[in-house]
Design a protein around this ligand. Structure first.
Ligand code: F6R
Length: 244
């Protein structure tokens, strides 16, 4: 486990974008596992900026996103597909047919999840998986208690996640109750994992996840066992841990 301390959100975003950029330069046909949420937005902005300057080319890249709400199709403005288009894909030269997000519009959960695992395998696995972390230690939609051995699967959202996400929807009733998510097993199979965290609100969970026991109660803690895991955090998110 490697921990990189950044001054602030901007510095965190730039450092993480540098790692992703290096991956794409070293392997132009890299398979990038990508995440939504507020934390990676600055990374996507930085990568778009470098793309506009001609410093990075996404034409051969394949993207595989972590998760999607069950029941939302691509055009829904709260779908993760839409989020990725609006925050990243529409500004770069990634090929439309190289973009993968679980198919939230497929009501057949088993089929949607199996298809997604087939996509990951057909792409040759994920070279670099970008992750954020939830306040309770969730990664993707793998909430506390999630079995470590699951691949892509359908989850029931917890009450706290529904509560946290209702601000993005017209009302709490409109928040989907389920999601398709890559499982811990799919995440652990990525060749590199890059987590980003910023702000005081993440300080406790960072300490618990990476300086406490590995337990399904803190899903991110499994990353302690990953052979190539890097955490880039800002000073606030890393404020409760000691770094040498
Ligand atoms: C995003 C995802 C989530 C977020 C996590 C942190 O695709 O799967 O696990 O990474 O909820 O979200 P933010 O970055 O908004 O704090």
């Amino acid at each position: 486990m490697k921990i990189i301390k950044a001054k602030d959100y901007k510095d965190m975003s730039r450092k993480a974008a540098n790692i992703i950029s290096a991956q794409v330069i070293m392997k132009p046909h890299a398979v990038l596992g990508l995440a939504t949420g507020s934390t990676p937005v600055g990374i996507y902005k930085q990568l778009i900026d470098w793309y506009n300057k001609g410093d990075i080319d996404f034409s051969e890249v394949t993207s595989i996103n972590l998760d999607e709400y069950r029941g939302l199709d691509h055009n829904h403005n709260q779908s993760y597909w839409y989020f990725m288009q609006e925050n990243f894909f529409k500004y770069i030269n990634i090929r439309e047919d190289s973009i993968n997000v679980p198919d939230g519009s497929n009501p057949d959960a088993k089929q949607a999840c199996e298809e997604y695992e087939n996509i990951i395998h057909a792409a040759g696995g994920i070279d670099l998986q970008l992750l954020g972390i939830g306040n309770d230690g969730h990664i993707g939609f793998n909430e506390p208690g999630a079995a470590f051995e699951l691949a892509t699967h359908c989850v029931d959202l917890t009450e706290s996640t529904i509560e946290a996400n209702k601000r993005f929807f017209g009302s709490k009733d409109e928040v989907p109750r389920q999601a398709y998510t890559m499982g811990i097993k799919s995440i652990m199979q990525a060749r590199k994992v890059l987590m980003v965290a910023n702000g005081k609100g993440k300080a406790d969970i960072i300490k618990k996840a990476f300086f406490g026991p590995v337990t399904p109660e803190v899903p991110a803690s499994i990353l302690q066992m990953h052979p190539d895991f890097t955490l880039v955090g800002d000073e606030e998110a890393l404020s409760k841990i000691e770094l040498d």
